[in-house]
Design a binder for this molecule. Sequence first.
Ligand code: HEM
Length: 127
Amino acid sequence: MAASSPGTIYEAIGGAEAVRRLVEAFYPKVQAHPLLSPIFPEDITPVMEKQYMFLSQFFGGPPLYTEAYGHPMMRARHLPFPITPERAEAWLACMRQALEETVEDESLRMLMLERLSGPAYHFVNQP
Ligand code: HEM
């Protein structure tokens, strides 16, 4: 299988390096957010690596996450963590900022945020 296909968001933003920059901009914001930091581990490095792998495939790049961990089942993987609607909003706000810092093209940023919004609200598991 090709590592990634042309015409994907992954390719459009600049591939592996761009996803890496996005993840590196995102997690410091998560760790600084009062609603999010309490549910994330202090050592964020393993989470960053998994997110790098996941977002690569989510945006049409190589299926790194699935190769390493199997079917993503992301909602199930989030069930141990209390995710309220406010936390979903906070996660998306951090992502919006990270996208503004790392992806130049505004329409691409909007598309990416839109793609992530569905899953984010779908992962809500607490009122
Ligand atoms: C809705 C708000 C969200 C919150 C509050 C949240 C929170 C978390 C937490 C607490 C973890 C586990 C950290 C640990 O390992 O201890 C995690 C893991 C992860 N999250 Fe989220 N998350 C959210 C949305 C998302 C979205 C929208 C995506 C991507 C579509 C995503 C992708 C991931 C991935 C790939 C992992 C690593 C899974 C693994 O352990 O293999 N998350 N998240």
